[in-house]
Design a protein around this ligand. Sequence first.
Ligand code: NIG
Ligand code: FE
Length: 414
Amino acid sequence: MKTILVGPIRELHTLAGSGGARRRAEMRETARLQNAALVIAGGRVREVGPWSVLRRAHQGAERVSVEGDLVTPGLVDCHTHLIWAGNRSEEFLRRCSGVSYQQIAREGGGIATTMRAVAESTEAELAANTVTRAKLLLGLGTTTVEIKASYADRPENWLKELNALAKARRKIKQQTVVTFMGAHVVPPGWKRQAWIREILRFLFTASTHLCKPAFQDVFCEEGAFSVEESVRVLRAGLRVGLGAKIHCDEFHALGGVQAACRLGATSCDHLLVSGRKEWAALANSETVAVVMPGTAFFLDKPYARARKMVDAGCAVALGSDFNPGSSMVPSMTFAMGLAVSRMGLAPEEALVAATVNSAAALRGAVREGVGTLAPGAPADFCVWPVGSLSELIYSYAFVRPTQVFLRGRQVLPS
Ligand code: NIG
Ligand code: FE
């Protein structure tokens, strides 16, 4: 087996530590090493340590020099709606002139606009768009990405999205995790009970589809699905092996967080308007609290109170929510910068939230050790053209990795 020695690295954050989601003070533990090296074999991290020691111990190894000072694990984006068609630039401009996201939805736009565009696209077009977007994410340092199939307006189009994802996955370099989201909104022309019945009927097909969905997600919100409907659909998904995720407290706190925690949901996502009760429910459960500052930024809404959530004991993770309506914000470093500058997290907390904790929001569906560079972990990592983690956060509006490695192989520049 070929051994690769990567270094010298000025500042390496391995994120080694206890497995699973980190909370409270552990959220600042990034396992930082200076003047370090990584030893890789078989696509996995074999050893981490001082450059001076590992250089001597592995003299016969292939050398890879890093073109930057900072190395982190590849970023994990646990929440995207990467498969979509068309764009919502017109609606965006209406929002900029003061019309709300919800008003546009009430007029039959918003998510329904994208559903129509997906209905008009072919499977091949959807697959190609998704591959292009995954490439964009890779260039921004995202090495593991969750993708929600969330814009179908009838069962045939659920299949079209899932087939397109099966095709796209073969070309996407990163590790992908598929989530089925039939319960996004009730599409125009459907009665809600009929739509929910279709979802319940489709779940088994979804769970056995070639693209291997690991989760199901529901949008629990006024104008989308009630808490009761969300629980009913998620429970049926759990019975066929789809882990539960829920969009909640984006605009209204309906009680979806508490219900999802009781159900053992893997994550609750958005949490913009959550307060003490919701934070307590999350803190007392295994459910990961996913915050997505890109959405608040793009919708110009107040940010989720991530500082309070960490202090309350929630396992906070970061996602991009990249989608054509509420978050045209694909970059996880941008999310990390907002998490620090707008939500009060420390740089170390933002890095944990974008790696280890984001991987915990995908638990069961990603390889062991994803989000870390501890010995045994997949060797997915980014080299950044900055001197330190603080500088990475400070440069959040434009920073991109100079090199990206997946399972020990350099994929960028290719
Ligand atoms: O996570 N909130 C619901 N779903 C997406 C928005 C999707 C869209 O507007 O197209 C979200 O924000
Ligand atoms: Fe979302």
